[in-house]
Design a protein around this ligand. Structure first.
Ligand SMILES: Nc1ncnc2c1ncn2[C@@H]1O[C@H](COP(=O)(O)OP(=O)(O)OP(=O)(O)O)[C@@H](O)[C@H]1O
Ligand code: SF4
Ligand SMILES: [Mg+2]
Length: 394
């Protein structure tokens, strides 16, 4: 049973009986998701190892929200995006969309769901076929679904172009005639053609000039309000993620290490990795100029996902690591603060400070503390006066 009726692009939530609100609100439910890429060698192409790109993650996406996903390069964000949209086959775990198990649906089974789940890619150049006109690119989803929209394809494509802020008269132009930001708008128009419920955007603005990023981020925001969309937005830029997200999942080496409401995550990050990521992003605030704050610089690279560290995967870089961290993997647990955190000694939780002070002092060498002169506002403090769309300048 579906809870959503779409009328004229609007989403009306129809209450379903007999189920708790939280369950009704879940659009996508991901449990124990695994994606390994086998590494094969020799004439027989025997599997000798695997890249453990996504290695057991659980999360839910609620109707109408934006779930932001952050983490360093190579931590599995894009793989997660491609697997939940079923562009790649998962190795393990389950994916349910509106209560329907879509984990192993084949192409035919996925076809009706292709309307509901769409993906926007990072590269506005590579993702548009240079030999096709904009009209042909944006109307491709109708051809694939074998459907003619009311009023005809051309009229609908022109409506979509207008919706994303492009001139509908440019229907017959080619991708090379557009700027990067305009091309990304074309990609967005194509993704919205079939009125999807869930849009997964993988680094939707990172290939664009900073001045253009705000416009595209605001467009995504406006479209969400107008069309009742649900987003999963993947980005490594924390200021973009902060601007767009309702909740944020932080990934490290194929795992979700923290998941919390946006404001809670920025105000009181609990996983040491989240804290390190956030502390690397100074937020300019003239009122705090000259104030001092501590910055955590993570040493070294992310370890290989082929052979990730035992126990907590972050223990090789964590300044709070104790004996247990190298031995026992911390599960992702919901704490009283509302955060889901996978850490034996979470930050901002007085009762869970590490006891092994000797080890702690050794582990402290893993980080470097530098005193910032300016700008110096802690990223924990939201900048309420930051106007919409300018957060990337933070
Ligand atoms: N098709 C593939 N075959 C083998 N390994 C892959 C494949 N796709 C991704 N990987 C590996 O999986 C890991 C996760 O990659 P992924 O692209 O998901 O990371 P990411 O978080 O999106 O990084 P970035 O921020 O750089 O985009 C990396 O080690 C990558 O090399
Ligand atoms: S304190 Fe331990 S469990 Fe927590 S992030 Fe550091 S190494 Fe991992
Ligand atoms: Mg990626």
């Amino acid at each position: 049973m579906t809870d959503t009726n779409k009328t004229a692009g609007q989403t009306a939530v129809v209450p379903a009986q007999g189920r708790p609100t939280e369950e009704r609100d879940v659009l996508l439910d991901v449990q124990g998701l695994v994606k390994h890429f086998p590494i094969k060698k020799g004439i027989l192409q025997r599997q000798v190892a695997a890249v453990r790109a996504v290695d057991g993650i659980d999360f839910q996406v609620r109707r109408g929200e934006t779930l932001g996903v952050v983490g360093e390069s190579g931590c599995g964000k894009s793989t997660m995006g491609r697997v939940i949209t079923r562009l790649q086959e998962p190795t393990g775990g389950s994916i349910a969309f509106e209560g329907q198990d879509i984990t192993h649906l084949k192409t035919g089974g996925m076809r009706p769901l292709r309307r509901d789940i769409q993906m926007i890619f990072q590269d506005p150049y590579g993702s548009l076929n240079p030999r096709h006109t904009i009209g042909s690119i944006v109307s491709a989803p109708f051809r694939l679904q074998g459907e003619t929209p009311e009023g005809g394809v051309k009229k609908e494509v022109q409506r979509l172009l207008e919706l994303v802020g492009l001139n509908p008269e440019h229907y017959n132009r080619y991708p090379h005639e557009f700027s990067g930001g305009q091309r990304q708008r074309i990609g967005i128009a194509r993704a919205l053609a079939l009125k999807p419920k869930l849009v997964v955007a993988d680094e939707p603005v990172s290939a664009l000039d900073v001045s253009i990023q705000a416009q595209v981020v605001n467009l995504l925001d406006d479209l969400q309000d107008e069309l009742g969309l649900t987003y999963v937005i993947i980005a490594h830029d924390l200021s973009v993620i902060r601007h767009v997200s309702d909740r944020i999942a932080v990934m490290y080496l194929g795992k979700i290490v923290e998941l919390a409401d946006r404001d809670d995550l920025y105000a009181t990050p609990m996983h040491p990795y989240t804290k390190a990521l956030l502390s690397a992003v100074p937020v300019p605030d003239p009122k705090r100029r000259g104030a001092k704050s501590e910055r955590i610089l993570l040493r070294g690279d992310v370890p290989s996902p082929i052979n990730p560290p035992a126990g907590c995967r972050f223990h090789t870089r964590c300044w709070k690591a104790t004996d247990i961290c190298g031995k026992q993997e911390p599960p992702l647990l919901q704490l009283g603060t509302g955060h889901q955190v996978a850490c034996h000694h979470p930050e901002n939780a007085a009762d869970q400070a590490p006891e092994d002070t000797e080890l702690l002092s050794v582990a402290k060498q893993a980080i470097e503390s530098v005193t910032l002169e300016s700008p110096a506002q802690s990223p924990a403090e939201p900048t309420a006066e930051t106007p919409k769309g300018t957060s990337k300048d933070e």
